[in-house]
Design a protein around this ligand. Sequence first.
Ligand SMILES: [Zn+2]
Length: 490
Amino acid sequence: MLTSQSLYRRWRPQRFSEVIGQDYTVKTLQNAVAQGRLHHAYLFAGPRGTGKTSVARIFAKAVNCEAPREGEPCNECPACQRIGRGISLDLLEIDGASNRGIDQIRQLREEVNFVPAEVKYKVYIIDEVHMLTNEAFNALLKTLEEPPRRVIFIFATTEPHKLPPTVASRCQAFEFKNIPPELIARKLQEISKAEGIKVSPQALRAIARRAKGSFRDAEVLLEQLASYKSEARIEEEDLLQLLGLPREEVLAEYLRACLARDASAALEIIARVSEAGKDPELFLEGAVELCRDWLIARLGKGEESALPELEFSNDELVFLSDRLLELKRELRFLLDKRIVLEVGTLRIIEGLKGLERKGSGNPARPRAKPEQAPQPPAPPAEPDEKWRLMLEEIKQERVAVYAFLAEGRPSFREGRLCIEYGPDYRFHKESLEKAENRSFLLEMVRKFYGDLAVEIGFAAHAPAGADQKKTQLRQKVELIKRSFHGRLVG
Ligand SMILES: [Zn+2]
């Protein structure tokens, strides 16, 4: 049964081994404590709800613990207990977003040189540090330039780029990552079992997906649902109700209607969704996500179950995905969202009509068995494992860029990386050259190859696997692209 204390607080990790999804950071910090190699200042950067302040508190305990084991706090000695109960002199938490920030920093500057003798390390955690005023940063910087002994700063932020470089450069930085849904679901299951919360596995997975990497958000959702259902089992439907989200089947139906160029079916689904009181924006967000899942599944990653029938080509999915995303952005600023959704859907379907259908020549064809697995990327001519690894990572981060890149052929010439396309791949080449995609690509190339110029061009010969049918498709995509102001990938 739920008590008055929230799940989030009750299940806050108390030792490094209980933290999920931040293995590298946690291992490094734990080793540092075990070996007594401590820095004066740490920067914990990452999205909300990923464990920054929890890890900071565990760290504060670990450095002050009287009986640490391999860098883990014992959670039993007086120092651990005091920190656990929030009454310790060893730890001071400052909220950078509160108005008291500057006063607290001033106070910090005064007391930082007089650490009580009974304290091993005085740890200052400054949360949302990027919110501090310039005045506060300057005060802080003075302290960081001549750090007093036995004082450790931990700065936590969701927006590290807003930190003055003078402050950031004095810290050892750790990146906290979004927690993968599988890990969230597994932990939620453990929690609900211990708390006697009945919840279906589907609901747990749906909560984990909804939380988008934030474990705290997942716990809050679970708690809300548990208090709403009391003794009854929580089902996926309850979550959808709570959030006003449409069911996945409805989203899939909508995507299929669009891909089948069936305007009246698509409008009918929108009408149903609106009449059920669902938010058009959330509906569209769900559709964008599902379309992206399909695309990822088609490109060889992701859950089996997310695979739609294969009568749609990658180009159709990329097109739809891109248009829906654009429509979603538009929708945000407009009042009559339902009408915008309807008109936008019609526009998308018109656009799709210009694209050749997969297995063309027989548009009315019912479900077809896939003739062929999706084309694998052209084998790299000279480069190597690195290229493959880079594509893997790009696929995870920007699936559309991956789709364009996978059709190109890499080679190294005179310290340049050349990515070449056959004459029919103008569309891919140009999409990749768009500023946003190009800078993303350059960033990834830098990460994997170091400083290397990148050239995107046409090859003298078409890459293997390009056939006539593809040529026709590219030409049509070309046409569509022109009629839609040349934008395809956002
Ligand atoms: Zn202890």
